[in-house]
Design a binder for this molecule. Structure first.
Ligand SMILES: Cc1cc2nc3c(=O)[nH]c(=O)nc-3n(C[C@H](O)[C@H](O)[C@H](O)COP(=O)(O)OP(=O)(O)OC[C@H]3O[C@@H](n4cnc5c(N)ncnc54)[C@H](O)[C@@H]3O)c2cc1C
Length: 426
């Protein structure tokens, strides 16, 4: 989904002989990396540090973008060059808010750019039985992407799974659940988690979408990829002649009547349904939805519900999550944190460019000034914990060395092991 990037407008360089301000970028996802890239071009003499909670860089490129979309993940190669040749410091394993207080960071850097993304799944806002099996798509895709966290889903989703939402993230979930294990060649999928979550392909995948097919937010290319999978049958009951657009047209051409055949997965798209409640019955999870145009409620009896309806800040009490008090004249926000959970990697690039433009304008107009110490102002707090870029590359090399046959790497999901590899103490 990432297009090739032409060289668009880049802000003018700082005046000759003037060192740029010291810059802290918080978060090494695409928006943080693009900001660092544009600022480094603009102010080659400035000192730029990218702080990252994890020992591994790149945010959702590594842990969100589906494991079988390695072409999209390939954008990290240009970011690698920033850290290996571009003079930008990577300070991994540092959570701003916890390991360095925001006030200390803001006092130490002339420019602070918050690029922390939106890590939490938006929850279905309906009455819900706590025993119901409901999993967020973000958590599910992180698990399949080898995210180092114990709280991610691990138990089988079952043979009937219902996905709420019809954006590209929903399509990632549908594709990853319907694909044969052998079809993940070249990916870095977490095979262990795939085996645990999906010991066999689900027989039934129902998709419940609030919009009609004309308003579906997914890209037709993503839908095409799902339709093309071996062993997948598509159903789209209720699709009317009035439904227009690429999604409706595609579904109309590929929908087939249900057939009973073991080993196949039937994906059925239900449009115009608004979820009303999630309950349990006889150990199963039941989602009840009402039609937008009235009529009787519709009930789906499933093994699991996967919600793919957007992202939020995550836990309200998380002190690593920027609140309104993380603000000042020299503090900027970029990417999903600033714009909400919409848009591709390429859109973050455009946004990073705009943010860098306003940073440079503010500097040139004297609204922000240089003079704070930069990394030296926080180094005493971080001495033992920073995972630098070379340290990260040791982790990466170990992941590539231990790749299973047909996989490009095997992600290390244990933080202690990542840190041991980073410090050479394994
Ligand atoms: C499941 C999924 C699949 C996607 N697939 C695609 C795709 O195929 N193609 C595409 O173009 N886009 C895709 N996207 C969208 C793309 O991933 C986002 O547009 C992009 O990652 C947002 O970038 P960001 O830098 O704002 O946030 P993120 O990528 O979330 O990066 C935020 C970073 O900040 C770090 N951080 C958070 N808090 C702190 C803190 N306090 N201190 C230090 N570091 C911190 C996080 O660890 C993380 O590394 C997908 C998104 C999801 C969720």
């Amino acid at each position: 989904m990432v297009g090739t990037h032409s060289s668009q407008h880049v802000p003018p360089p700082a005046p000759a002989g003037t060192a740029g301000p010291t810059v802290a970028v918080v978060g090494s996802g695409p928006s943080g990396c693009y900001v660092a890239q544009f600022l480094a071009k603009t102010w080659p003499d400035s000192e730029i540090t990218v702080f990252e909670s994890l020992p591994a860089p790149y945010g959702l490129i590594r842990y969100g973008v589906a494991a079988d979309h390695q072409g999209t993940k390939g954008v990290v190669r240009q970011f690698d060059r920033l850290f290996t040749r571009g003079g930008i410091r990577f300070a991994g394993n540092v959570t701003v808010g916890r390991d360095i207080g925001f006030a200390r960071l803001a006092a130490s850097f002339d420019v602070v750019v918050l690029a922390t993304g939106l890590p939490g799944d938006r929850e279905l806002d309906v009455p819900r039985d706590p025993r119901a099996r409901v999993v967020g798509a973000g958590a599910l895709l992180r698990a399949l992407n080898g995210f180092p966290h114990h709280g991610l889903p691990r138990t089988p989703l079952g043979s009937r799974v219902l996905v709420v939402g019809i954006g590209n993230v929903a399509l990632d979930v549908l594709r990853l659940l319907s694909k044969d294990s052998e079809a993940f060649t070249g990916s870095d999928i977490d095979d262990e988690l795939l085996g645990q979550l999906r010991p066999a392909r689900p027989a039934v995948l129902d998709v419940v979408a609030r919009s009609d097919a004309s308003g579906a937010k997914c890209d037709a290319a993503m839908l095409r990829e799902l339709i093309a999978l071996d062993g997948v049958d598509i159903g789209a009951p209720g699709l009317g002649d009035q439904d227009r657009g690429p999604v409706a047209d595609l579904l109309r051409t590929c929908a087939v009547p249900a057939r009973e055949e073991p080993g196949r997965t039937r994906v059925t798209f239900h449009f115009g349904l608004v979820p009303e409640s999630v309950t349990t019955r006889d150990g199963r999870t039941v989602l009840t939805a009402r039609r937008r145009d009235g009529g009787e409620p519709v009930e789906f009896v499933t093994d699991s519900v996967v919600t793919a309806i957007g992202f939020t800040h995550g836990a309200a009490q998380d002190d690593g999550c920027p609140g309104p008090d993380w603000a000042d004249d020299h503090v900027y926000r970029v990417g999903w944190l600033s714009r909400g959970p919409r848009g591709t990697i390429a859109e973050n690039r455009k946004h990073a460019q705009r943010v860098v433009r306003s940073i440079v304008d503010d500097f040139e107009a004297g609204r922000i000034t240089a003079g704070r110490p930069g990394f030296a102002g926080v180094a005493d707090l971080l001495a033992c914990r920073v995972v630098g870029f070379r340290d990260w590359q040791r982790i990466e090399a170990a992941e590539e060395r231990s790749a299973r046959p047909g996989r490009c790497r095997r992600k290390i999901t244990d933080l202690d092991r990542m840190l041991a590899l980073a410090t050479g103490a394994h």
